[in-house]
Design a protein around this ligand. Structure first.
Ligand code: ACO
Length: 401
């Protein structure tokens, strides 16, 4: 598939052979597909498919230039459903206001022993099952979240809970509601340029822990969830990650964020920025703060441009695409973008009414539902776009299966 930048989609004309299911292990301990062995660079040789990877061995990649495709998806949501009427009991709002302004009717919120990590692991297990991939066959886990249960990241703990016993890499990606699209892009880079074979991309957020439940302007919007996909190396002809278009703009951060508390920064620094106190106080973050109107304007302006750019890189027109799948933030944003790109309503995936804005989880959650209910079929093309805090935004044109 053509790519204007020539960077995000493989152009290797020699990658014509279909991948064999068997894998080999290089001396570095890194698993690769025998079927694309011709494209090996810096090869250190084949040790044998039965060789185990010692945790101390490097898994330095050895392969470049191949395709990658989505082979499994899964999702998980908390058991507690909170309706607009439930919210009207704690803030001055109504079902009518919320549903007319946003399209949201219910959202799921963690309770009891539920956690971000539980949701992520459940979604991941379902994706692995659909993909028929064992946890030990994963080369990388990318946990896209802005609400980790550990500031150093949750991915290694998810890796452990999934039962990955070999020395795969797992790390977090922080990019709010764009996180999942960035995760897909990272997976494609790791596979194409880094030679990995199976990458698990999880989008998971529990924003209910970081909203002010007394602020009707924000608390009505968010829900908790996790979604996951398995991205697998394949022959370039089967490539399913067709193009990306990614952006960020720190200038817009003032419109949406959950920054470290200002008074703590002021306590730490004098007017000239010099440290006044040592050791620093323990820090905390504010709840989500948002200028909804500005974020709305940004989304309606930037998302269509980004999708158009991704479609151009994939050498496709909107009419060639089967589904439009946007970050589920507001039905009015989804409708405005669809209208601008001339996507008819029947080609727009939306489950916002049931789950609200689940941040990095919203795209894989909606994708998983659409795949499992038979809407999205093998070979279908999807234009997906995430946007949110940072500000960050990005689009991906993908082919399912
Ligand atoms: N119930 C009733 N009234 C409300 C509520 C509520 N829940 N919230 C606000 N209002 C009131 C306001 O106080 C205001 O009243 P006023 O006119 O008397 O001052 C009035 O309704 C209009 O408020 P606006 O904020 O102007 O309402 P708007 O039409 O812009 O809708 C909304 C607000 C839904 C937040 C919208 O702006 C939006 O969806 N913005 C985009 C949010 C988004 O996409 N975020 C994505 C990223 S999230 C992330 O990255 C973490």
């Amino acid at each position: 598939m053509a790519n204007a930048s020539g960077f995000l989609t493989p152009s290797a004309p020699t990658l014509r052979r279909k991948l064999q299911p068997s894998t080999g292990v290089s001396r570095s301990g890194f698993c690769f597909s025998v079927g694309i062995f011709r494209r090996v660079v810096c090869s250190s040789g084949v040790v044998g498919s039965g060789t185990h990877v010692s945790p101390s061995q490097s898994r330095v990649p050895k392969l470049v230039s191949k395709g990658c495709k989505l082979v499994g998806c899964g999702s998980a949501v908390p058991s507690l459903s909170v309706s607009n009427d439930d919210l009207a009991k704690i803030v001055d709002t109504s079902d009518e206001w919320i549903s007319v302004r946003t399209g949201i009717r219910n959202r799921r919120v963690i309770s009891g022993k539920e956690s971000l990590r539980n949701l992520a692991v459940e979604a991941a297990r379902k994706a692995l099952k659909m993909a028929d991939v064992e946890p030990d066959d994963l080369d990388l886990i990318l946990m896209c979240t802005s609400t980790p249960e550990d500031i150093f990241g949750d991915a290694p703990k998810v890796q452990r809970e999934l039962g990955c016993t070999k020395s795969q890499l797992a790390h977090d990606i922080t990019a709010a509601c764009s996180g999942f699209v960035l995760g897909l892009f990272s997976a494609s880079c790791y596979i194409r340029g880094g030679g990995l074979r199976n990458v698990l991309v999880i989008g998971a957020d529990v924003l209910s822990r970081f909203v002010d439940w007394a602020d009707r302007g924000t608390c009505i919007l968010f829900g908790d969830a996790a979604g996951a996909v398995v991205v697998q190396a394949c022959d370039s002809e089967e490539d399913g990650l067709l193009s990306f278009d990614l952006h960020s703009d720190g200038e817009g951060a003032r419109h949406l964020g959950a920054p470290i508390n200002d008074n703590e920064i002021n306590d730490l620094l004098g007017s000239n920025g010099s440290a006044l106190e040592f050791p620093p106080k323990r820090s905390s973050y504010t709840c989500v703060q948002m200028n909804g109107k500005e974020v709305f304007r940004f989304a309606v302006r930037c998302v269509p441009q980004s999708i158009e750019s991704a479609l151009e890189k994939a050498d496709l027109k909107a009419s060639d695409v089967d589904w439009l799948l946007l970050h589920q933030a507001n039905q009015r944003i989804i409708d405005a973008v669809a209208t601008r790109l001339e996507f008819p309503p029947e080609k727009v995936i939306s489950n916002l009414a049931n789950y609200g804005n689940t941040s990095a989880a919203s795209i894989p959650l909606a994708l998983d539902e659409a795949v499992r209910n038979g809407k999205v079929k093998t070979g279908h093309t999807i234009a997906a776009s995430g946007f949110g805090a940072g500000l960050t935004w990005g689009s991906a044109v993908i082919r399912w299966g």
